[in-house]
Design a protein around this ligand. Structure first.
Ligand code: 13P
Length: 249
């Protein structure tokens, strides 16, 4: 049985004081939560949030990392630096990284492999643009991003990989994929994992949905067979909206 995994991507929001306040409220609010949880604050907030979530049922995540361990990479943050702060998980291949900062599958794959080599959990984001969907290419885009993102990842490391399906047209737009549309892509991604790693891994891998997840739609999305959790953006910024998603009945 797959456990639900609800993650909050705080994106480029909050000061240290605001982050501490939210993290404390979530630690208290989710104490009796039954699922797996994560918050991913900006790099500058990690040191503030780390001691608040340590020892709780909330994991500490980063939103990106460099493809190299160290070196002349101005403006980047390395896996060693993240681990030093207690980061357990890294979100890679987010559509904002792919489309606004031009990260391609090869670069994302380097990051995925490096993070896994260092023992981190990876949330690999995949998802199609509206133009892809309108051209009937949603499945092939997600397949390519999954296959290329996982290239060279050994089966032994796959237990530390989570896939997040985030249709780009649903992110921050208030437009959610219908549970049926999302479930269909999740099922397809599962078959892709099956082709790469076999049926057991396909049945086991956690696939989160992301894109305008709110307290009002979380339950219907999570009810779908292939949707195992959520990667939440806007609604992750307030305890009043993240907690009901995290504790969907
Ligand atoms: P929203 O929930 O704001 O649509 O963002 C989704 C997302 O990109 C999470 O990574």
């Amino acid at each position: 049985m797959r456990n639900y995994y609800i993650a909050g991507n705080w994106k480029m929001h909050k000061t240290r004081a605001e982050a501490a306040e939210l993290a404390k409220a979530l630690a208290a609010g989710l104490k009796d939560g039954k699922h797996k949880y994560l918050v991913a604050p900006s790099f500058t907030l990690l040191e503030t949030v780390a001691p608040i979530v340590r020892g709780t049922n909330i994991r500490l995540g980063a939103q990106n990392m460099a493809e190299a361990e160290e070196g002349a990479n101005t403006g980047e943050v390395s896996v060693l630096q993240l681990k030093d702060l207690g980061v357990q998980t890294v979100i890679l291949g987010h559509s904002e990284r792919r489309h606004n900062y031009h990260e391609d599958d090869a670069l994302i794959n380097k990051k995925v492999r490096l993070a896994l080599q260092h023992g981190l959990e990876v949330i690999l984001c995949v998802g199609e643009l509206l133009s892809d969907r309108e051209a009937g290419k949603a499945e092939t885009v997600c397949e390519t991003q999954t296959v290329e993102g996982l290239k060279g990842v050994p089966a032994a490391d796959l237990s530390r990989v989570v896939i997040a399906y985030e249709p780009v047209w649903a992110i921050g737009t208030g437009k959610t994929a219908t549970p049926e549309d999302a479930d269909a892509i999740h099922a397809y991604i599962r078959t892709v994992i099956g082709k790469l790693y076999g049926g057991d891994e396909a049945a086991r891998i956690i696939i989160q949905y992301g894109g305008s997840v709110k307290p009002e739609n979380a339950k219907d999305l999570m009810a779908k067979e292939n949707i195992d959790g959520a990667l939440v953006g806007g609604a992750a910024l307030k305890v009043e909206t993240f907690t009901p998603i995290a504790k969907f009945a």
